[in-house]
Write a protein that binds this ligand. Structure first.
Ligand code: HEC
Length: 374
């Protein structure tokens, strides 16, 4: 239902000003104006009677003319009724609701982009539900300076209009005729350059009646907004990996990546450092805060443990003598040495690469070592 609007008294001013009505004629013709002159003929002069007769004649003509004009030139809502900036008016400036507001309004961008690419054309779809006939208005503005962002182009059933809101020049798009489907699709061309985030503001009217029924109770308005930041152009991240690309059989190496904030390794590792226990090609994908990525690949090889070479050092291997032996080519840290001595006794160092042997009272002695890597 329309309140603020001059709908109820449009007929009289229209007649007396012969068309110069100072009010919006936004489908006013679809209403059937009702005019019941309330005067008493007895109290009227002949002049006044003929004056009113003339007026009534003009009225009949005017209703036809007005209907024809508005029907052939339908007009959308006034500019700046889409709840711009979250503070401006909506359709409720004239259409007042009654009952539960079960209407919905959505703004969708074709392809659901996560950001806009300057200059690119995107199809925008406005969808309204909860009524029998629908209208909408939408504008898109820069979050930085509140002026129109990009361009809105007409499509079937829509029209554009420019307005000024708080000194900012704004382009609005709205229905050109009420729509019974509640959906409109039209093109938005993103700003030619990166102007930062932009916000779409839309208001829909879910009217309770289709055109011409004259019933305007229960119109419902909903607003919707959608903010779109510029798409980020990623330069691939430079990712470096440190750590040994070889290790001895049974061992491991730790590879550590840098260059991002999050990491995903091909072996399932999800932190900067990952421990590798088998030979192979390891790829890490680094991601930064803008979701830009970079990768690095490391080929890891495993070297077999060297055959331990036992060297005798201090002391003597005469009968009853004490002597130390060590492995001259030890394995990586953590390698275990299991010494075996016959003809003597190990007095120190079992398990390590250096061992002390107390030889027995003569005859033949043997010393051997087996190494294992944990
Ligand atoms: C300046 C007052 C005014 C504003 C603001 C206004 N309208 Fe209207 N609107 C009217 C009048 C008057 C009518 C004709 C009477 C009716 O159908 O309720 C109308 C009718 C309509 C109709 C046709 C309804 C039907 O029953 O077929 C639609 C759709 C519509 N308006 C949409 C909108 C939308 C969308 C907005 C907000 C973006 C809006 N209007 C804001 C005055 C206004």
């Amino acid at each position: 239902m329309v309140s603020e609007y001059c709908q109820t008294n449009i007929f009289l001013p229209y007649l007396f000003s012969l068309g110069k009505i100072n009010c919006q004629k936004h489908w006013i013709s679809r209403k059937t104006p009702t005019f019941v002159p309330n005067f008493k003929t007895t109290s009227m002069s002949k002049f006044r009677l003929s004056y009113f007769a003339a007026i009534l004649g003009i009225a009949a003509f005017s209703v036809l003319a007005f209907n024809n004009m508005a029907t052939s030139d339908p007009d959308g809502p006034p500019t700046n009724r889409c709840g711009l900036y979250g503070t401006q008016q909506t359709c409720t400036a004239c259409h007042s609701a009654s009952g539960v507001n079960n209407a919905t309004a959505t703004i969708a961008i074709g392809g659901n982009p996560t950001g806009y690419t300057p200059g690119q054309v995107y199809p925008i779809t406005i969808t309204a539900t909860g009524g029998l006939s629908y209208g909408f208005e939408m504008a898109c503005v820069s979050n930085a300076d509140n002026t129109s962002a990009g361009n809105l182009a007409n499509s079937t059933g829509t029209e554009t209009a420019n307005g000024t809101v708080s000194g900012n020049s704004i382009r609005f798009i709205r229905q050109s005729t009420p729509n019974n489907a509640g959906t409109w699709t039209f093109d938005w061309t993103a700003p030619a350059t990166d102007i930062g985030p932009v916000t779409f503001y839309a208001a829909i009217l879910a009217a309770n009646t289709i055109n011409g029924t004259g019933n305007d109770n229960g119109d419902k308005t909903r607003t919707a907004t959608l903010t779109l930041a510029p798409a980020i152009t990623c330069i691939p991240l430079t990712v470096n990996v440190s750590g040994s690309a070889t290790f001895c059989a049974g061992g491991s190496t730790t590879l550590t990546a840098n260059g991002g904030t999050n990491y995903a390794w091909s072996n399932g590792g999800s932190t900067a450092a990952t421990t590798v226990t088998t030979a192979g090609t390891y790829t890490v994908t680094a991601t930064d805060a803008n979701a830009c990525t970079g990768t690095a690949t490391t080929v890891v090889s495993v070297t077999a443990l060297p055959t331990p070479n036992i060297v005798a050092s201090t002391g003597t291997n005469c009968a009853g003598g004490t002597r130390t032996y060590n492995v001259s080519n030890p394995g990586p840290s953590g390698t275990q040495y299991n010494w075996t001595v016959t003809g003597g006794t190990i007095t120190a160092g079992q398990g390590t690469a250096n061992v002390t042997v107390q030889w027995g009272a003569g005859g033949t002695g043997n010393i051997a070592v087996a190494q294992t890597n944990p």
